[in-house]
Design a binder for this molecule. Sequence first.
Ligand code: ATP
Ligand code: MG
Length: 427
Amino acid sequence: MGKISALRGTRDILPEEVSYWQEVETVAKEILTKAAYTEIRAPIFEQTALFERGIGEATDVVSKEMYTFRDRGDRSCTLRPEGTAGVVRAFIEHGLHNQGIQRLWYAGPMFRYERPQAGRQRQFHQIGLELIGSPSPVADVETIALATDILETLGLKHLSLQLNSVGNTEDRQRYRNALVEYLTPYKDKLDADSQDRLTRNPLRILDSKDEQTQAILQAAPRLIDHLGDESRKHFEQVQTQLTDLGIDYTLNSNLVRGLDYYTHTAFEIQSADLGAQATVCGGGRYDGLIAELGGNETPAMGWAIGMERLILLLKELKAVPDPELDFYVVSRGDRAPAKALTIAQTLRHQGWRVELDLSGSQLKKQFKRADRNGAIACLILGDTEVEEGTINLKWMATQEQTVINQQELLANNEELRQQILQAKNRN
Ligand code: ATP
Ligand code: MG
């Protein structure tokens, strides 16, 4: 039988890469926790109807990219292509609107049937947040500020915040009419997707990457000129507060989320270092979504960071951190390996990082591995030491070696703790 490999568009995150993922998760969790956001974990698959209604049937995600299947009970199920719909379903299902404003974050895999390329996969990962229950522009700015905090704390450079307002439902209806009226005479010159969108979802045409379509759009009416007073005021407040926080932004009137329940603020954070897949974080306000999914009218704002793209950037920025290990336990003999495990376990319970060599190979080879794995000190155990209740302690930096009593080692003595800490600081 032939070899079985990972499916196209999916990839393994091997141990050498995983430290980047953990760093992102740690930083994000710390920053979000400080702002009183708590984690929510929704299922990875849901009823297909949730995404059809929650993302919209006219979108690429729903019309072309979903992993949809029938289960054995003949229900239509879909692997989640994004996180918001599931969080909102959970919010409604558990009556969370009775518990005041909800600040939620999530992380995990998402699934879209797309053409795989750098920064674009079929199983990819997002960290996202939703701030549900506040219509205030302060809410928009808080969430954007947290996204920039996370990216900047990770050390990313050359980022730009692209900002737009898509107004409220009436503004959008007015704008949609103006846009369709402007584009209709050019219909035959638009790319095929845009021709299709002209009736289904005209705002999405602004997103087109086609050069000729973009040229036609140059002179198109702009959404920003069609905002009513309420929307303009909201947008101005968002901009003022971003400026107050020292967060730079660029207005981009072509940035749209083309659905009826997206409202007001839309934003993307792009990196100049990512090539075609430049957007690391995308989000916006969605005041109409919760009612659309059967809840009470509830304003909300959210974003999602694409982990793969973020990690591509991080890898450019810094090397994989060296492994950290306090003790590497080397043993050889009949009884020594078992005793070595007992000692390793005791030291681990005291808080030390301890790796046990299981190879049974020559001591020299075991020392080499200790060095490679970043150990501060080796503990060496043979059958004689087991017999005598002693152990050899060898400092890797100086190669200095002393024989100590096992009891003394395991008594977790302060002198040894200080010596280890000193050796660590020297490294
Ligand atoms: P794009 O225009 O790149 O297709 P999108 O508008 O479909 O992005 P969102 O649905 O807003 O993306 O998702 C938020 C973020 O998730 C994106 O900015 C990106 O970083 C990431 N992302 C989206 N789709 C993928 C994918 N197929 N592979 C990897 N990351 C993705
Ligand atoms: Mg996409």
